[in-house]
Design a protein. Structure first.
Lengths: 278, 277
């Protein structure tokens, strides 16, 4: 782009569309498809030789089930149920995680205070929270919400803590010396440097959250994706499990790589170190 | 320390002892205990106040833990789980290292495996657990296959990262000095790959034991996950908490007592490798 000295909006849009075409071409002719094709072929062969018992459905049958679930609209009904639980739980987890993370990042005392419980929370499997909240809250909305809250807040707290620790103290001192208002400091110094970490917290916390929510639905719910997976498990329908989990996993990957990762990259663009890690 | 002739072996051990005493003091006088006390008091009063069968007091959970430990049943079930985890995770390490090396060394392999690895990272362990239980029933193949499928992607990304970060100039130099292949592998490649392999072990292991617990919940007749499921079926919250805390404790001990120190030790010559917690 060094040739264009005064770039007209027209030419940039042309360049943008060219870039888009190129990246599109990169996606279509990507070697990743080869791997997926190979997996499908191997899967088809295995199901051909082990077929008959219905335990290994062919990819074609799995795809047909997926299509049926999608076309009947059932997928979107259950997805809606799951997403409502997920969002309520995750918003609470973000709130708790932010509070704990900011406290841990800013004061030694609070860091020591919360450290053990956060490490324990990071390492306990979501299964434990799922089972406990199902026993205690039954099939109420509170069960998945509590499971999500406790499973994912440690991941948020850890990321926020790192962000608060990475704040540039000299810059903060300087704003104080120049008597810049507190609100402006928050707006123009603290939030921009915290944003990439907040987004990283959202991304890691969200992946934990939806897994915990599916698990809770498996053990105690009467609707949602996890309930459908459980239902298919009890019917011994492998293709049902595959269809529901692949569809749900697909939606989650779409959210993660289509919204969260680009957002993180966008807000971290002024900070080359973090950009590499994303 | 009045002796004029200083014994060289004495000073380091004395400073080490002092440093140890200081560390112990830092450990004992720490706000962490305040948290433990507050949490226990709040939990106890809440449980007594609610007086529900579903919310056990910490005393009851502690008693259950003690009973499980002293009767030896914990170690029995732990051994059953650990056998499955170790077999499955060894296979995952082998598969993950092979794919990781391929992905790290050639761009075309990187593109080839990338979509599969990302899908593997994203899918929840639950799916592998359910499908493996349906395929293999309660045989050992179920947890082993589920652990393999669930944890190899975490090994792959770490190993690939390590291979990508190898110092090409150093390898070129050792080649131009005609240093034997074995010696390059031993003295250049392995030392710089080791921290990444240990990170792979740590990340992969954390996933592996969680998947193993899940498989045992759905289809097993022994293991810690089976005991948790048992407590769940009896609505015994104290049992779930006791088993989960003890199993989680053992896994934390392995991670922070064994894997993290090993990683730190092997990465000590490389200040850049970041420590997360």
């Amino acid at each position: 782009m060094s040739v264009a000295v005064n770039v007209s909006p027209n030419s940039t849009s042309l360049a943008a569309s060219k870039r888009f075409a190129k990246s599109f071409k990169g996606i279509i002719f990507h070697k990743g498809w080869l791997a997926i094709l190979m997996v499908l072929v191997i899967w088809q062969i295995i199901s051909f030789f082990l077929g008959g018992r219905g335990l290994v459905p062919s990819p074609a049958r799995t795809a047909a089930t997926m299509w049926g679930v999608l076309a009947s609209g059932e997928f979107f009904v259950q997805l809606g149920d799951s997403l409502v639980r997920l969002l309520i739980g995750f918003v609470l987890a973000m709130t708790l995680g932010m509070i704990v993370g900011v406290l841990m990042g800013s004061r030694w005392f609070w860091n020591e205070f919360f450290k053990d419980i956060v490490i324990l929370g990071l390492s306990l499997p979501g299964l434990v929270y799922a089972l406990l909240s199902v026993v205690i809250f039954g099939t109420k909305l509170l069960a998945p919400v509590m499971a999500i809250l406790f499973a994912s807040y440690p991941f948020i707290a850890v990321n926020i803590r790192e962000g608060v620790k990475a704040l540039d103290k000299d810059l903060l001192d300087m704003t104080q010396a120049y008597k810049i208002g507190k609100w402006k400091v928050v707006q123009q110094v603290i939030i921009p440097s915290l944003l990439p970490h907040i987004l990283a917290a959202i991304r890691t916390g969200f992946t934990i959250a939806w897994k915990a929510s599916v698990l809770t639905e498996v053990f105690g719910a009467t609707s949602g994706i996890g309930y459908m997976i459980r239902f298919n498990f009890q019917m011994f329908a492998v293709r049902g499990i595959l269809a529901w989990s692949l569809l749900f996993g697909g939606v989650m990957i779409l959210i993660e790589y289509g919204i969260l990762v680009p957002a993180e990259r966008h807000f971290a663009r002024w900070r080359p170190q973090i950009l590499e890690e994303v | 320390m009045t002796a004029t002739a200083i014994n060289p072996s004495q000073i380091p051990s004395a400073t080490r002892a002092r440093r140890f005493a200081q560390a112990m003091k830092g450990f004992l006088i720490s706000p962490r205990w305040l948290f433990v006390i507050i949490a226990l008091v709040v939990w106890q009063t809440y449980a007594v106040f609610r007086n529900s069968r579903l919310i056990p007091t910490p005393v009851k959970v502690g008693a259950t833990m003690w009973r499980i430990l002293t009767s030896g049943i914990f170690f029995e079930q732990l051994a059953a789980s650990m056998t499955r985890i170790l077999i499955g995770f060894s296979l995952a390490m082998i598969l993950g290292t092979i794919i990781g090396i391929l992905m790290g060394s050639r761009k075309s392999y990187d593109q080839f495996f990338k979509a599969m690895v990302i899908l593997g990272l994203a899918l929840p362990g639950l799916i592998y657990a359910l499908i493996c239980v349906m395929f293999f029933g309660i045989s050992i193949l179920a947890p082993v296959t589920a652990i393999l499928a669930g944890s190899y992607p975490f090994v792959v990304i770490n190993v690939a990262e390590g291979v990508k970060s190898l110092d090409k100039d150093l390898i070129d130099m050792s080649r131009s000095y005609k240093i034997g292949r074995g010696k390059i592998v031993r003295q250049v490649i392995l030392p710089s790959l080791l921290p990444f392999i240990l990170a792979a072990i740590r990340n992969g292991f954390a996933i592996a034991w969680k998947i193993c617990t899940l498989v045992e919940v759905f289809g097993a007749v022994s293991g810690v996950g089976y005991m948790i499921k048992n407590s769940f079926d009896q609505y015994a919250v104290y049992g779930i908490v006791a088993w989960a805390l003890m199993f989680g404790g053992v896994m934390l001990l392995i991670e922070y007592g064994l894997l993290v120190p090993a990683e730190r030790y092997l990465a000590r010559w490389r200040p850049k490798v970041k420590q997360v917690i």
